[in-house]
Write a protein that binds this ligand. Structure first.
Ligand code: CU
Length: 367
């Protein structure tokens, strides 16, 4: 007999099923092996390897290789040396771009010339400490990790070996970003397509360089020698340097990022360790994915945006005036004194309607 109670329970079960998220379709090894593969050569920031904004065809396996390099890096114009640790030789590591549903297959190489084990934790990946538990490589080893790009957005990756080694490796330079684009590209808050003419990747780093009794930055022979002193400065939580692209001035003057009036630029900004607040002086964020997650609609017309430590965000802006724009961490002490300033050099015609110096500076008239 079919009772009223059974009918209610049946309805409840159906409602529960309907409320459950749809189970994603997971592929087996045979299906993954049948996918097309693409090898991508990474490029050093602020540049990003060539990619299509809308996916061409179905999901594929995208192969990347990164070689870890432990090396001294000059981080300011006074010649201060960081005992650096890098993914692929650059601070930050290179930005990878794939589409949702693609597989990332990374070969991580730790050459015998290095002195320490390293690994990689992808905030974009699911399981095993973001891959960190499956990628620990000693000097002289390499490892291959595959993960499925299931969530869209900009995500940090970083080295995460063990205990106090984790923050030390991160503030020595071992972080970068992956961007996972929706298959049909970026969209505005109405779901209409957005595209960019150029993309730049700005990675922000806080460094903690020990000083001697006279207050001068200390130099060390190697990483091991620098470790104890550096850890003491780190624990004070006051960085000696806050920089873009690994060094004060790495993106200013001759190294400015270039654009033209009318061009739309996507700026991806990461900070693996500490909060920051990018601001484009004289411009705006037309569309900003502050948390860097493309499933959420972008905010519009932002003056400053907030990047949480341990994340990457993306801002889209169409330049409307020529000139040099400073792009800063709008803690202006960090921007000016500690190094967190970049430049955009924009060419094109000035628009008097948007701004005009109606009268040049001159003496105050007397009566
Ligand atoms: Cu490491």
């Amino acid at each position: 007999m079919f009772t009223r109670r059974q009918a209610l329970m049946g309805a409840a079960a159906a409602a529960m099923l309907a409320a459950m998220p749809p189970m994603a379709a997971f592929a087996n090894e045979t299906e993954i092996a049948a996918l097309p593969r693409e090898q991508v050569a990474l490029v050093a920031p602020p540049f990003v390897h060539a990619h299509s904004q809308v996916a061409q065809g179905g999901p594929k396996v995208v192969e990347f290789t990164m070689t870890i390099e432990e090396k001294p890096v000059v981080i300011d114009d006074e010649g201060t040396v960081l005992q650096g640790m890098t993914f692929d030789g650059s601070i930050p590591g290179p930005m990878m771009v794939v589409h949702e549903g693609d597989y990332v297959e990374l070969t991580l190489v730790n050459p015998g010339s290095n002195s320490m084990p390293h690994n990689i934790d992808f905030h974009a990946a699911t399981g095993a400490l973001g891959g960190g538990a499956l990628t620990l490589v000693n000097p002289g080893e390499q490892v291959k990790l595959r993960f499925k790009a299931t969530r869209t957005g900009t995500f940090v990756y970083h080295c995460a070996p063990e205990g106090p080694m984790i923050p030390w490796h991160v503030v020595s330079g071992m972080s970068g970003t992956i961007m996972i684009l929706p298959r049909d590209g970026l969209k505005n808050e109405k779901g209409e397509p957005l595209t960019y003419d150029k993309v730049f990747y700005v990675g922000e780093n806080d460094f903690y360089i020990p000083r001697d009794e006279d207050g001068n930055f200390k130099a060390y022979e190697n990483h091991g020698e620098s470790y104890a002193d550096t850890l003491e400065v780190m624990k004070g939580l006051v960085p000696t340097h806050v920089v873009f692209n690994g060094a004060k001035g790495a993106l200013t003057g001759d190294n400015a990022m270039k654009a033209r009036v009318g061009e739309t630029v996507l700026i991806v900004h990461s900070q693996a360790n500490r909060d920051t607040r990018p601001h484009l002086i004289g411009g705006h964020g037309d569309y900003v994915w502050e948390e860097g997650k493309f499933a959420n609609p972008p905010a519009k017309d932002l003056e400053t945006w907030f990047i949480r430590g341990g994340s990457a965000g993306a801002a889209l802006y169409t330049f409307l005036q020529p000139g040099v724009y400073a792009y800063v961490n709008h803690n202006l002490i960090e921007a000016v004194e500690l190094g967190a300033t970049a430049h955009f050099l924009v060419e094109g015609d000035w628009n008097d309607d948007l701004m005009k110096q109606v009268e040049a500076p001159g003496p105050i008239p007397t009566h």
